[in-house]
Design a protein around this ligand. Structure first.
Ligand SMILES: [Ca+2]
Ligand SMILES: [Ca+2]
Ligand SMILES: [Ca+2]
Ligand SMILES: [Ca+2]
Length: 287
């Protein structure tokens, strides 16, 4: 088994990961800090590939500055390609999601930008701590495997309070992980705009938007290829939205005891499992 040497300077959140030779599996477990069973969405059976045709997206270079404030009012966002609407994680044969979700992406010499637009009549969130299991709230998730080798990939989750859960996967859970929750994306910037009222169940909201800037200098650390990419380069990525249907009791949102979340995604997976980079979408970068 290959060993990955992880160097984490906790104060600066500086980290480095290097592939080193062949060693015993026991060494890897030193860094498998968090049990993978915590993560939902990784227990799917064999994927139905007929429902998992990867989506495609062209990510163009921004023509002007992006201000990370959650509002997509900059002119580059107006011309950025809007993704296809999200579908059920298992495929289009499943019910159409109750609320629309789209994303847009842009890039410049320093950052990869993601904007998410989530319709939601009841925007609510509780979790406030970095690296909490954010999909226990309604969330938006980004998955990035730059070189598409189905290993060394990034996952980031955000809720409507702009709480971040970012992690690094050495391998998929099915191949033993580990998932490194302690990895934080250096220089990550994100902001949320709520078009309505957050955690106020007495009204009907329009939804929320997220604006995210990921530095290339962080993405390149385990990219296995050029970051920023060159014109025509293709990265494997996917986007997911976890949505719970909570009851409103005495004006407050309450989780049903037997609640199950909905998983809506950009590129359908054919199974309830996001950790299949082979069924993620193809993002082509354009100058
Ligand atoms: Ca903005
Ligand atoms: Ca990879
Ligand atoms: Ca983290
Ligand atoms: Ca509200």
């Amino acid at each position: 088994m290959e060993i990955y040497e992880l160097i984490v300077e906790r104060d600066s959140f500086k980290w480095q990961i290097r592939r080193r030779g062949i060693v015993r599996a026991a060494s890897v477990s030193l860094f498998a800090i968090v049990a993978s069973v915590l993560l939902a969405g990784c227990v799917g059976a064999n994927p139905d590939m007929s429902n998992a045709i990867p989506r495609r997206y062209e990510c163009h270079k921004a023509t002007g500055p992006i201000v990370i404030d959650g509002k997509l009012t900059e002119s580059p966002w107006e011309t950025a390609t809007k993704s296809t609407a999200f579908v059920d994680i298992e495929g289009t044969h499943k019910p159409v999601p109750a609320h629309d979700t789209h994303f847009k992406m842009l890039w410049d010499d320093d950052h990869l930008y993601v904007a998410a637009i989530l319709d939601d009549p009841h925007v609510h969130a509780k979790l406030t701590q970095r690296d909490a299991i954010v999909f226990h709230d309604n969330d938006f998730e980004i998955f990035i495997d730059p070189n598409g080798d189905e290993r060394e990939y990034y996952e980031l989750e955000f809720n409507a309070l702009n709480t971040v859960f970012d992690l690094f996967l050495v391998r998929t859970y099915r191949r033993g992980g580990p998932a490194l929750h302690d990895w934080d994306m250096r220089g990550l910037k994100s902001a949320v705009f709520v078009d309505g009222s957050l955690n106020d169940a007495s009204d009907t909201d329009n939804g929320w938007s997220l604006e995210i800037a990921m530095p290339w200098r962080s993405l390149k650390e385990a990219a296995g290829r050029a970051a920023p990419p060159r014109d025509g380069h293709v990265w494997r990525m996917n986007f997911s939205r976890v949505q719970w249907y909570d009851d409103i009791i005495d004006g407050r949102y309450r989780r049903k005891p037997d609640a199950r979340e909905r998983n809506w995604v950009w590129s359908p997976q054919g199974a309830i499992n996001m950790h299949q980079p082979g069924t993620w979408g193809y993002v082509t970068f354009r100058e």
